[in-house]
Design a protein. Structure first.
Length: 130
């Protein structure tokens, strides 16, 4: 994890806390009684996959940039396939919370996707400056 800068970890923590807060507000005030109990586990899974992907991709960017594009595409494909499988299974088993769960998961995915892209772009520019 030495290759990923401290700023990344601080931003990841802040974004995660912000999503937790927004989720709490949404499910307490906007959608009371619709809280899917698996949502914290889904958030944790997305955070872990995002952090692991960042570490691997940052290392590839610094060591073997020629393999970065392939690794990035494979990582994105695997991430979305895993999330889609989990979303499908949970939605099929818990139809009463399916829609709020799908919407919340989609929002989390988008937020972390934008964050990942921005962070990797910043890391790429740093790498180019060296």
């Amino acid at each position: 994890m030495k290759n990923v800068d401290t700023r990344y970890w601080i931003e990841l923590t802040l974004i995660t806390l912000l999503l937790i807060g927004l989720g709490w507000v949404a499910f307490v005030y906007i959608l009371p009684g619709q809280y899917p109990p698996v949502l914290p586990f889904m958030l944790a899974a997305i955070v872990v996959v995002t952090a692991a992907g960042q570490v691997v991709l940052t290392r590839l960017m610094e060591e073997k940039f020629s393999k970065f594009n392939s690794a990035f595409l494979i990582y994105k494909a695997l991430k979305i396939l895993i999330l889609m499988a989990f979303m499908f299974i949970y939605s099929a088993l818990h139809k009463e919370h399916a829609l709020p769960f799908l919407i919340a998961t989609f929002i989390m995915y988008l937020v972390y996707m934008i964050f990942e892209s921005r962070s990797l772009n910043r890391q790429s520019r740093k790498q180019a400056e060296r």
